[in-house]
Design a protein around this ligand. Structure first.
Ligand code: C5P
Length: 232
């Protein structure tokens, strides 16, 4: 169960980051490094996280021409990224090129597709981006493309996991943000699930940010989520 919990290191200062790494070392197996952190501190910090023994989910959501994405993913995998993601909107050829780059450097790494961002409303998708149909149908269509490209799975809401697994198989990984332990604030997340419910629904990895990182004792917050998952 421990490896299912991926704390999102969404902080901006080195001080906050060091505190979190100290708290989570020996507890979390994988941590998520997002654009803000990676673009602020670059590879040095990334190496620091790796040297503490954490695996990393490098959440950079790449989207460019196939050749560029292939080279970028290869470089990042070489640097030690264990899980990475690309936008499914880049197309199947781009996703295949990304996968080749990943596999060349890290055979066991996971490459994940991002379907429609949760910040894209129905109206924006139809009127501004000129993509017809319902957001949920486009999400499923993109997920199908992710599977066709041979990627390992998608990022989705825990509410969608059952349907995704039914359609694309149990091996198709679902990484789910929007997780809130019982009694914790929802913040800006609209459709949340508890860690236990998300795992029951079939979620493979739970990305958990503020419920861990904004706690005064992030290590204890991690432990209590783990207890909840183990039904202790
Ligand atoms: O603090 P919280 O648990 O809401 O953080 C969730 C993490 O997952 C953040 O890093 C956020 O950027 C990411 N995420 C998300 N919703 C998505 C995709 C990623 O919340 N659809």
């Amino acid at each position: 169960m421990r490896k299912k919990i991926i704390p999102a290191l969404d902080v901006q200062s080195l001080e906050e980051l060091t505190f979190l790494l100290d708290e989570l070392q020996g507890k979390a197996i994988t941590v998520k490094v997002g654009m803000e952190l990676y673009y602020t501190f670059g590879n040095n910090l990334f190496y620091n996280i790796k040297s503490r023994g954490f695996k990393t989910f490098l959440d950079l959501k790449l989207h460019d021409i196939p050749n560029t994405v292939n080279k970028a993913i290869k470089t990042l995998a070489k640097n030690g990224a264990d899980i990475m993601n690309v936008h499914a909107a880049g197309g199947i050829e781009m996703m295949k090129a990304a996968l080749e780059g990943m596999r060349e450097e890290n055979e066991n790494g996971l490459l994940i597709g991002v379907t429609q961002l949760t910040s894209t409303s129905q109206n924006v998708m139809n009127q501004e981006l000129l993509i017809p149909g319902k957001v949920s149908d486009v999400v499923l269509h993109y997920a199908e493309n992710v599977r066709k490209a041979g990627l390992d799975g998608i990022v989705c809401s825990a509410h969608e996991v059952r349907e995704i697994k039914e359609r694309f198989g149990q091996e198709f990984k679902c990484i789910t943000p929007g997780i809130r332990p019982k009694g914790s604030a929802n913040h800006d997340q609209k459709r949340v699930m508890t860690p236990f419910e998300a795992v029951q629904a079939g979620s493979d990895y739970l990305v958990i940010g503020r419920a861990i990182t904004r706690n005064d004792e992030p290590g204890q917050a991690f432990d209590s989520i783990l207890k909840e998952l183990n039904n202790e």
